[in-house]
Design a binder for this molecule. Structure first.
Ligand code: ZN
Length: 684
């Protein structure tokens, strides 16, 4: 009988009893148990049997995963110096263990000798995924190649770290002291914070930086063209050869060149022609050519709308703002002014209609109806008094549970996310069906003077988005851990259920249930709703082309071969970008612009040859949602039949089959672009 909270796996994590002091020893103990489990199942005499391996190894690694998940979660939502120290000390050990297991030769051999034909289909799929994972981790390599593969991996992670450090340092190293006159037009809160920043350095004026909360408002609101030019130039040349002399040491050029070369070499070692093919091996899109074609089709359809957007901006700039030939640093400013003129409502005005409790009850109502469940309050140990815990039931039976941590507070990481606490799993050790549990975390502002928190419309969308991820994890009916819920779902398909839910936030009938004015109790009025819808698609053509440009650059860059990536030529990636811009862009970009040098998504994040996923998933979710529009009831409410079909074919199946098969099972055909174009106002 254990007394350490972190090592208690009887039920839900004991969040109220886990302390930083428990972390080190508990994680060490769980890693050591997982290592012995690995040793045991990889013995020659141990049977090559899926269930027998799972009984020992999966049970042990799941405990490690759950305990670490709890530590990781607390580190994100209830950070303190002791916990952070304990977390950072344990992190390398955890990473080392998972990496080692992921390329363990003996385990790979053991899995390979399992007779897949003897397995149930979901188990066979889990096995297939496991084998593929090993292969992509270099398990098929040997000798010099294996060594080289390991070298590449470690060098790539250094380069990625250095790339983001350079972006961060280059961003931090720039500042500019602006005068009162130059600050004309900029909102008061930005003026106050930049005045404060100057005062802290005993300077007189407004100290500007390249951080988003300063950069973006300056670009949007500063009447001074020269100030906008100055900050724009600094921003788009960050971490490059074109930046200021004093931050030239953060130039990312050679890191980009080396990263691309190593990725190509890594792909070759694993038997692919280029890195894009390697990246797509675990995605829904089948080939780089398919992705490129998809992006060009999208560009082609959006271009007339983007040209119209630009024309509107030019006319407005000339007639109203008296800017004759706008430059790159003028567009954001012009857009903002046009938007203000055209859609005169403020976030503040809208917010009053969205008290958090009303939004939540409206969200639950639609989910309960559409997916035939009941959502009830439940209890569990929590980490903060504002956290709620709920259970989802169908016909009285427990389906899953979730924590909801809605508010912003100190010690909590910004943003919003869904995370799994545990997966649905028919446990091989005790043969009980483990139900899934999820975290839903948001960062909404607190209520003022005892009033309930008020959400912006963006907050509401965020809540629906994360809830969509949550439903994907919680409503699954798959009993095999590694293919149930969100586990193993293709990267470019995982946003389908989340973006799908966002659509409801734009429905008149749904908004009636989500809104109740904080003072008057009124529902959202039609006139305000109409403005909201009109503003939604503002410049969607230009925005689509921008995303397509980034995505095409990313995928084509990773289709290059070593011939295209000679070390002497440090500008071939810029040539590629310029070629793409010549085809796609509707606004000219200055020759000295160096946006790839701070494109962290693809050089320091997980999006290499995967940036297209954003648009790809939008197509899927819009097309899936269109099925609900097509079958809506006369009063505009969604059809429960369609909800059931969506739930059974998409939400419940996890990654037990390829995402494209699930989509076709639901929609009766392959995904089409039309719904997204229509939703974004790009359809005649
Ligand atoms: Zn998401």
């Amino acid at each position: 009988m254990t007394t350490v909270a972190l090592l208690n796996f009887d039920n839900l994590p004991l969040f109220d009893q886990i302390t930083p002091a428990q972390v080190g020893a508990s994680i060490d103990q769980l890693i050591s148990k997982a290592k012995s489990a690995l040793d045991q199942v990889t013995q020659d005499t141990y049977p090559a049997d899926w269930t027998k391996i799972a009984e020992v190894l999966d049970v042990s690694t799941e405990r490690l995963g759950r305990a670490w998940g709890a530590v990781n979660h607390l580190n994100s939502v209830a950070d303190n110096p002791e916990l952070r120290a304990a977390y950072n000390e344990a992190l390398p050990k955890i990473t080392e263990f998972w990496t080692e297991m992921g390329s363990n030769d003996a385990l790979y051999k053991k899995y390979k000798s399992i007779d897949a034909k003897s397995l149930a289909p979901v188990q066979a799929e889990a096995l297939r995924k496991a084998l593929k994972g090993f292969k992509l981790s270099g398990a098929e390599l040997s000798g010099v190649e294996k060594e080289r593969f390991a070298q590449i991996q470690s060098r790539l992670s250094e380069l990625s770290q250095k790339f983001s450090e350079n972006v961060l340092d280059a961003t931090d190293s720039w500042s500019y002291l602006a005068s009162e006159e130059e600050m004309s037009g900029i909102p008061e809160d930005v003026k106050a914070s930049t005045l404060n920043a100057a005062e802290q350095k005993s300077l007189k004026g407004y100290l500007l930086s390249l951080k988003m909360p300063c950069y973006f408002p300056v670009m949007q609101y500063a009447h001074s063209r020269s100030l906008r030019e100055r900050i724009y130039k600094a921003f788009v040349t960050r971490a490059s050869d074109q930046s200021d002399e004093n931050s030239r040491q953060y130039d990312n050029t050679s890191i980009i060149v080396e990263t691309l070369q190593l990725r190509t070499e890594e792909a070759k070692l694993l038997g692919f022609n280029n890195y894009a093919e390697l990246s797509l091996a675990t995605k829904m899109a089948e080939t780089p050519a398919q992705v490129i074609e998809f992006l060009y089709t999208l560009a082609h359809r959006a271009k007339p709308y983007a040209l119209r957007d630009v024309e509107e901006l030019r006319t407005f700039a000339k007639d109203v703002l008296h800017i004759e030939n706008p430059n790159s640093w003028d567009w954001t400013y012009i857009s903002e002014k046009l938007k203000e003129e055209r859609y005169s409502f403020s976030d503040q005005e809208l917010k009053a209609y969205f008290p958090a409790p009303k939004v939540l009850s409206g969200l639950f109502k639609i989910v309960e109806k559409l997916f035939e469940v009941n959502i009830k309050r439940d209890s569990a140990p929590i980490w903060h008094p504002t956290v709620d815990f709920y259970r989802i039931e169908r016909a009285g039976a427990l389906v899953g549970q979730f924590y909801l941590d809605p508010g912003a507070r100190s010690g909590k990481r910004g943003g919003a996310w869904m995370d799994d606490v545990r997966a649905r799993w028919l446990r091989p050790d005790n043969h009980h069906l483990q139900t899934p549990v999820a975290h839903l975390v948001c960062n909404f502002a607190e209520g003022i003077n005892g009033a309930p928190p008020l959400l912006t419309h963006d907050d509401v969308i965020t809540l629906f988005h994360e809830f969509g991820h949550g439903l994907h994890h919680l409503l699954t009916q798959i009993d095999e851990r590694d293919v149930s819920g969100i586990s193993g779902v293709e990267w470019d398909a995982v946003e389908l259920p989340s973006q799908f839910m966002e659509n409801f936030c734009w429905e008149w009938s749904v908004l009636q249930d989500l809104t109740q004015h904080v003072q008057t109790g009124d529902k959202l009025p039609r006139a305000l709703f109409d403005k909201l819808i009109a503003a939604k698609n503002f410049q969607s053509g230009m925005q689509t082309l921008r995303q397509v440009e980034f995505s095409l650059f990313d995928i084509k860059l990773h289709c290059q071969t070593s011939k295209d990536q000679k070390s002497e030529d440090k500008s071939s990636f810029l040539t590629l970008l310029n070629d793409i811009r010549a085809e796609i862009a509707v606004l000219p970009v200055p020759e000295w612009s160096r946006t790839p040098h701070s494109f962290s998504h693809i050089f320091a994040g997980g999006y290499a040859a995967g940036y297209y996923s954003y648009k790809w998933a939008e197509i899927l979710s819009a097309d899936a949602y269109a099925a609900f529009e097509e079958t809506a009831l006369a009063n505009g409410e969604p059809n429960v039949e369609t909800g059931r079909k969506y739930r059974i074919n998409i939400l419940e199946v996890g990654s037990s089959r390829p995402a494209i098969e699930s989509f076709i099972a639901f929609r009766g055909r392959e995904p089409e672009l039309d719904a997204l174009m229509r939703h974004q106002g790009m359809m005649q």
